[in-house]
Design a protein around this ligand. Structure first.
Ligand SMILES: [Zn+2]
Length: 70
């Protein structure tokens, strides 16, 4: 199977981002059938929020999220 880069629109920030052929291949190898709905930076932001245990809470502007050593 071959993949081609695809431009998608982020549902969080509305920016276009590229779902690269490599990423599509990775998704397919993991058995994911859905395309990503967020751009990499929004995905990372969500990941960070989840890791900090406040994924459900709205992030307050001006509050710095310090990364604690694992
Ligand atoms: Zn985004």
């Amino acid at each position: 199977m071959s993949f081609a880069d695809k431009v998608l629109t982020c549902r969080d920030c509305g920016n276009d981002f590229v779902f690269t052929a490599g990423e599509q291949e990775f998704y397919a190898s993991k058995g994911f059938i859905n395309e990503p709905t967020r751009c990499p930076s929004c995905r990372q932001a969500r990941k960070t929020a989840m890791a900090n245990g406040n994924g459900a809470a709205p992030s307050r502007p001006g509050v710095r999220l310090d990364r604690r050593p694992a």
